[in-house]
Ligand binder design. Structure first.
Ligand code: PLP
Length: 398
């Protein structure tokens, strides 16, 4: 039993908001699988791709060469330089390694960045539907957050007027993500420029989460770091998790103004204290290679998207919002008479397919489920068949 005299911090409560339950259906699916049930996992965004062999070989060689000591806290200079050059090429602006800080994954980079930019009394704006962990990221440091729902009817495009209306004197940060999780929407250059201008005028930080930027099938990636005037208040966060099939390696970064990088370095001293040397070396090498593996991952992911969306579009009662990027599709299930939570739980029990209820991404998405195209096309078509069976089952039961 918990002794009420031994109290936990207010932080623990703030981190336990509704979105902390985003993975409940997935957890149940894992337990069912352990008990012998056949499950198709289309929940957690971890595709079945293997990390490219050359990266594994590079890491093993580095381990063999005893690159197993503490790395510099903000990251190995070679890797930071490689990332700075990557952004210089992509944005047409100059970046140097002093603007890059390495973290164990984009998740840690997001949390650390938010801690450096906002605190009690401040307000953070999230664009809904948002990645489930953003709630904890936004309020972990004590800030309040508000959400601005983007509409499925307009393809979840940025609505900068609506965002401007939500800005108050307390607004300190806007966190945006393109291609989006869960929506797969790729924000256009024009909308980004409008948003960045709003942030600049109102002295608001803009965090751009770009972890899916290498997985765009229609449209083009645009980083707000490309806008010369926006460089004082824009931070981009990314990682190799999705681009290089390296989710478990835990390597991501923040890139932005040097003053922020210095604060992130200091924060990391007391929180993370660096990322393993051999991981950083392997990623440095991966970023120097021609993007052959990236292309392969992207093309395969696109084919998977097409296979899944094509099959789901045949299921009566579902409205499929085909994504332009990323690895998830949002499906409106309200036509079946269920909300997302009922649908996801019922689907798991009836058909053994694990998806995430839309409520995990904000209240406005409660009639949706998020389905990942994370396995091969044959498996995805099988999953869509099972979804069809499930939907037919309650049609036939009235
Ligand atoms: C939008 C978004 N941001 C950040 C992350 C965290 O990525 P990482 O594995 O680099 O921590 C994820 C992971 O799924 C994500 O979907």
């Amino acid at each position: 039993m918990t002794n009420p005299d031994f109290k936990f911090s207010a932080l623990t409560e703030r981190l336990s908001g509704p979105r902390s339950r985003a993975w409940d259906v997935t957890d149940r699916a894992v337990a069912m699988e352990r008990a012998g049930r056949n499950i198709i996992h289309l929940g957690v965004g971890d595709p079945d791709f293997d990390t490219p062999r050359s990266i594994i070989d590079a890491a093993t060689a580095c381990m063999g060469n005893h690159r197993t000591h503490y790395a510099p806290v903000p990251g190995e200079t070679d890797l930071r330089q490689e990332i700075a050059q990557l952004y210089s090429r992509q944005t047409g602006q100059d970046f140097d390694f002093g603007q890059v800080v390495i973290f164990p994954g984009a998740q840690a980079a997001l949390f650390a960045t938010m801690l450096c930019l906002s605190g009690p009394g401040d307000e953070v704006i999230l664009l809904e539907p948002f990645y489930a962990t953003y709630e904890g990221v936004a309020c972990g440091g004590g800030a309040d957050f508000i959400t601005v729902p983007l509409s499925a009817d307009t393809g979840y495009d940025l609505d900068v007027d609506k965002i401007a209306n939500a800005v108050s004197d307390r607004t300190r940060v806007i966190l945006a993500n393109s291609p989006g999780n869960p929506t797969g929407t790729v924000f256009s250059r024009e909308r980004w420029i409008e948003l960045a201008e709003l942030c600049r005028k109102k002295d608001i930080w803009l965090i751009s989460d770009e972890v899916y930027s290498d997985l765009i099938f229609e449209g083009e990636h645009f980083s707000p770091l490309s806008i010369p005037e926006a460089r004082q208040n824009v931070v981009a966060i990314s990682s190799v998790s999705k681009s290089h099939a390296m989710t478990g390696w835990r390597l991501g970064w923040a890139i932005g103004p040097r003053a922020l990088a210095n604060h992130l370095d200091t924060l990391s001293q007391s929180m993370v204290f660096g990322v393993s040397q051999f991981t950083q070396d392997a990623v440095t090498q991966a970023l120097r290679e021609p993007p052959v593996e990236l292309e392969k991952i992207k093309r395969t992911t696109q084919a998977r998207r097409d296979a899944l969306c094509g099959s789901l579009e045949q299921v009566e009662g579902l409205v499929v919002h085909k994504p332009a990027g990323g690895m998830f599709v949002m499906v409106d299930v309200s036509g079946t008479g269920c909300d997302g939570e009922e649908f996801a739980n019922g689907l798991l029990d009836h058909s053994g397919v694990a998806v995430v209820p839309g409520s995990a991404f904000g209240d406005s998405a409660k009639n949706f489920v998020r389905i990942g195209y994370l396995t091969d096309s044959a498996d995805l078509i099988k999953a869509a068949d099972r979804i069809n069976d499930f939907v037919s089952s309650f049609n036939s039961s009235g």
